[in-house]
Design a protein around this ligand. Structure first.
Ligand code: FRU
Length: 446
């Protein structure tokens, strides 16, 4: 299916710009992954949904644009959303954006953040054809009551089938600019009624973007991306967090744990979305934010698909087994590795360091730390050093290396640090006396 290594292992922008993953679904025997897409330049602009498919979550094929503005409600963009299957058809739910003032200088950006948002749906018969002219409708009009949610900042519908009906969670904010979620319920996927809302008592970001609620192994998990969450230093202030949660279908209430984790401690990933794979595992992907387009041509890629599991109240993100088993060819040096990437595995004791093409990974007491200073420029809002929380036991690292993305899995997904990098050299300097395994993809041209 693939022509080059470009979209093997990591799905990358086909050119221009991508951000959030959307409509992630296993449908009629294939994985479909849509994404926020601006087709004209490597910058954010009027949002379309690009579309890619895969048989195995390893090889991706771009299918072009699926959703684009055609209606009053989505005139200025088809923002993030999700997909479900019902009676064989694919339903895409997304947020339609309509700018309230024209912008004479750049029609792809909104003046004064003055826009309306509504929740829309497009039905596709086969997941391949998307009739943007005849098959769209508004399912939740723009909100007019600020006590319910903000007219502009209410978005990113994630829909799932519950035991007693269909449910939708939306990201929103209160009139006081505190993040909140809105929950809706439907019997027919067309008429939606408000079921409840969720917020947190203490400061916890402004708008809560891209919420995703699911159950795995009997435990509820909520992932969302609060804006202005981290305002303490030099980093992206919007960050993706996750926590255990419980949704009660009868009362429409959701309770959230008091503690949270970052989805990824590299703080570059954002706007995660999950689905169930062919075997019923919960799999999540997220957008890797990049401060600069590669070769001035493309910006944005997705992390490896990660299986989500809850053990003793902790949320683990481990590499999907389909990806894990691709790295079968052992090599003694990175020069022999496939251009689509390699994996380095080792046990890293306190005080030791491994350097991967200029990217440092070291252990300080019981934390795994990384430093990308040598393989990253100086960009406003981007940090260069990262650290996991304290680890109680285990030193195992599995490091997945691609040209512009390094993912460090600590103890099989107890924590992950993923970072955007530019200009990695093709070498690995291991700590003296430590056994390091380097494995690469074993490609067979199809
Ligand atoms: C998150 C986000 C979403 C929105 C989309 C627009 O990155 O801001 O809330 O739907 O991106 O591209």
């Amino acid at each position: 299916m693939y022509q080059s290594h470009r979209d093997r292992i990591h799905l990358k922008a086909p050119g221009s710009w991508i951000n959030d993953p959307n409509g992630f679904i296993y449908y009629r025997g294939q994985y479909h992954l849509f994404y926020q897409y601006f087709p004209y330049a490597p910058v954010w602009g009027t949002m379309h949904w690009g579309h890619a498919v895969s048989d195995d979550l390893v090889n991706w094929e771009h299918k072009g644009v699926a959703l684009f503005p055609t209606k009053y409600g989505d005139q200025n963009g088809c923002f993030s959303g999700s997909a479900i299957e019902n009676e064989g058809r694919m339903h895409l739910f997304y947020t339609g954006i309509h700018y309230r003032q024209p912008n004479p200088d750049n029609i792809h950006n909104c003046l004064e953040n003055d826009f309306d948002a509504c929740q829309m749906r497009l039905i596709s018969e086969d997941g391949i054809h998307f009739d943007n002219f005849n098959e769209k409708c508004v399912v939740i009009p723009c909100l007019t009551n600020p006590r319910l949610g903000d007219r502009a900042d209410t978005r990113d519908p994630k829909v799932w089938r519950g035991k007693k009906g269909w449910y939708m969670v939306l990201g929103s904010r209160t009139a006081e600019e505190r993040g909140k979620l809105l929950l809706y319920r439907s019997d027919n996927l067309e008429d939606w009624t408000f079921a409840g809302s969720v917020t947190k008592e203490n400061e916890f970001g402004s708008v809560w973007e891209c919420p995703d609620y699911f159950e795995t192994g009997g435990r509820g998990v909520l992932i969302f991306s609060p804006m202005r969450f981290l305002e303490i230093g030099k980093e992206m202030t919007s960050q993706t967090v996750c926590m255990t949660a419980a949704f009660d279908e009868d009362s429409g209430s959701m309770t959230l744990s008091d503690t949270y984790q970052y989805l990824d401690y590299g703080l570059d990933l954002y706007a995660a979305q999950s689905t169930e794979d062919a075997q019923g595992r919960r799999v999540v992907v997220a957008w890797l934010r990049m401060p600069e387009a590669v070769d001035g041509k493309w910006s944005g890629m997705f992390c490896l698909p990660r299986v989500v599991e809850v053990k003793n109240g902790h949320i683990y993100f481990r590499v999907h087994p389909n990806v894990e088993m691709q790295y079968t060819r052992s090599v003694s040096s990175v020069e022999e590795a496939d251009p689509a990437g390699y994996r380095v595995s080792l046990e890293l004791e306190a005080g030791k360091e491994i350097n991967i093409g200029g990217y440092r990974i070291y252990r300080e007491n019981s934390r795994i730390c990384t430093d990308r200073t040598a393989v990253f420029g100086t960009y406003e809002n981007y940090r260069t050093k990262f650290s996991t929380p304290e680890i109680k036991e285990g030193n195992r690292l599995d490091i997945y290396v691609d040209e512009n993305l390094i993912e460090v899995y600590v103890n099989q997904g107890e924590y992950v640090i993923s970072n955007t990098v530019y200009g990695l050299s093709r070498d690995v300097t291991a700590p003296p006396g430590v056994a390091v395994k380097i494995e690469t993809l074993d490609r067979e041209e199809k």
